[in-house]
Design a protein around this ligand. Structure first.
Ligand code: TZP
Ligand code: MG
Length: 203
């Protein structure tokens, strides 16, 4: 199975109860990977939330990835870390997490895309495909055209993120991208399981 296929990235604004509910339902609906992304919470709350999700994912085969923080990933024994360009350098993160954990890196421009192949990462998060209210500081939007070009030039698996929803998902999937990452399309859905199932059916 391709673990990147349908990648849930959690919304930082969810209460712990809603977070657990969304992840549980999304896993039932068929997500293949879960990333806990926290921007507001302190490290203690981050660990609490990540531990809760780790417990919930146990036995499902769905890997747990921690956004930004190598220490949190190690603390909860997550399956991997996803770094941004201003987080710990990938080479150092790899030294800390060891060879067996997954390491992802967000790639925001062509220069970073050229450079990433020298780094010890397992996959790229191509950010952002489209403009999105979920993350408003994205400077460059790859679009479908840029995504296709990145797929051509990259030997690493690519996960597309940013502004992907039911309306444009088919177009994104048709590029042959390895994975699609979603925040609001699942986290904001009234019925996260049904939303996930609908998306899965389009892939
Ligand atoms: N990184 C680039 S865009 C983004 C992140 C975390 C947010 C994507 O959210 P949505 O709601 O799926 O557009
Ligand atoms: Mg980050």
């Amino acid at each position: 199975m391709n673990p990147y296929q349908l990648y849930l990235v959690t919304d930082e604004n969810l209460t712990l109860e809603r977070l657990k509910y969304v992840v549980r339902e999304a896993v039932q609906g068929g997500v293949t990977m879960v990333q806990i992304r926290e921007k507001h919470h302190d490290v203690r709350a981050f660990i609490e939330r990540a531990s809760a999700i780790k417990t919930l994912l146990k036995g499902t085969g769905v890997p747990l990835i921690i956004n930004d923080r190598v220490d949190v990933a190690l603390a909860v024994d997550a399956d991997g870390v996803h770094l941004g360009q201003s987080d710990m350098p990938a080479t150092l993160a790899r030294q800390l997490i060891g060879p067996d954990k997954l390491l992802g890196l967000s790639i925001e421009n062509h220069q970073q895309l050229d450079h990433v192949h020298q780094l010890p990462v397992d996959y790229i998060g191509l950010s952002a495909i489209f403009a999105t209210p979920t993350k408003t500081d994205t400077l460059h939007h790859w679009g479908i055209h840029g995504l296709k070009a990145a797929l051509q030039s990259s030997s690493l698996p690519i996960v597309a993120i940013g502004g992907i929803n039911h309306n444009n998902l088919k177009e994104v999937a048709t590029t042959g991208v390895h994975g699609i990452a979603l925040v609001s399309a699942i986290c904001q859905a009234k019925d996260p399981r049904a939303a996930t199932e609908q998306i899965k059916a389009l892939l």
